[in-house]
Ligand binder design. Structure first.
Ligand SMILES: Nc1ncnc2c1ncn2[C@@H]1O[C@H](COP(=O)(O)OP(=O)(O)OP(=O)(O)O)[C@@H](O)[C@H]1O
Ligand SMILES: [Mg+2]
Length: 237
């Protein structure tokens, strides 16, 4: 397998809310490689979602920069272009469109892909939902399915455009441990197949167990970055 490359670099990122009154991130720096899953951990309010939102270009830092494959975000023309080309985002509070069914929700994400016809979009969305164990719910409206089913549909939607970078905020927050296991297996398979990078903010020990690397945060700082199961990867080489 090819050497994993530095895919994403975060340099000296700081962010405060409410005109500086609420400090959220202080001088955060780290790099992420492709083909890996990173678990971002720390207690409630430590800054995990803030960090994902900045990396996902949903919000702007007060200072510092984020580089994707060596290029700063400005070089993509605009944030929308970057998000379309590279990014899949699973939100902490999943934002499916409630009046659309699950299939339509995933198809919507594929509308930005000009190379797919309507029937190809439908087929791809159907396959993704099936792979998330949602075959029987494809035609159900998003506001008529369970929280865990919505969560899985949101993951299917985030992966629809084959993003190189997947940011997931508590993707297993609303599901039982059996469902979490199956979601995490799908995410792992996705990362390996696409040589993608996944950064998952989580309180869930199951996510920590499957992640390659753990990033610990406290009060807006990174306190530790450590590899999970070095021996497991050495065996694979
Ligand atoms: N939109 C906002 N406006 C003002 N303050 C905010 C905003 N979003 C987050 N904060 C504050 O910034 C800090 C970091 O919040 P953040 O949502 O990043 O934490 P988190 O680690 O994701 O927490 P959780 O585990 O509960 O999801 C907290 O003090 C929070 O109250
Ligand atoms: Mg959060």
């Amino acid at each position: 397998m090819a050497e994993h490359t530095h895919f994403l670099e975060v340099r000296n990122l700081s962010k405060n809310y409410d005109g500086g009154l609420v400090p959220a991130l202080h001088d955060i720096s780290f790099t992420l490689k492709s083909g890996r899953i990173y678990a971002l951990m720390g207690s409630s309010g430590c800054g995990k979602s803030t960090l994902l939102n900045l990396i996902g270009t949903l919000d702007k830092p007060d200072s510092g920069e984020i580089c994707y494959e060596g290029k700063t975000i400005d070089t993509f023309g605009n944030a929308g272009e970057f998000r379309k080309r590279y990014l899949g985002f699973v939100f902490q509070f999943h934002y499916l469109i409630p009046v659309l069914n699950l299939l339509e929700n995933v198809e919507t994400a594929l509308l930005t892909n000009p190379s797919l016809s309507a029937s190809q979009r439908r087929e791809k969305a159907r396959k993704l939902l099936e792979s998330m164990g949602l075959k029987s719910k494809i035609e159900s409206r998003a506001n008529k399915v369970s929280g865990g089913e919505r969560q899985r549909a949101a993951i299917a939607r985030a992966l629809a455009n084959d993003p190189r970078l997947v940011l997931a905020d508590e993707p297993t927050g609303n599901v039982d441990s059996g469902t979490a296991t199956s979601i995490l297996q799908k995410m792992r398979a996705y990362v390996e197949k696409n040589d993608a990078t996944m950064l998952i903010a989580t309180h869930d020990p199951q996510v920590a167990a499957i992640a390659d690397t753990h990033i610990y945060m406290k009060d807006g700082h990174i306190t530790e970055i450590s590899d999970n199961g070095d021996e497991k990867r050495r065996e694979k080489c």
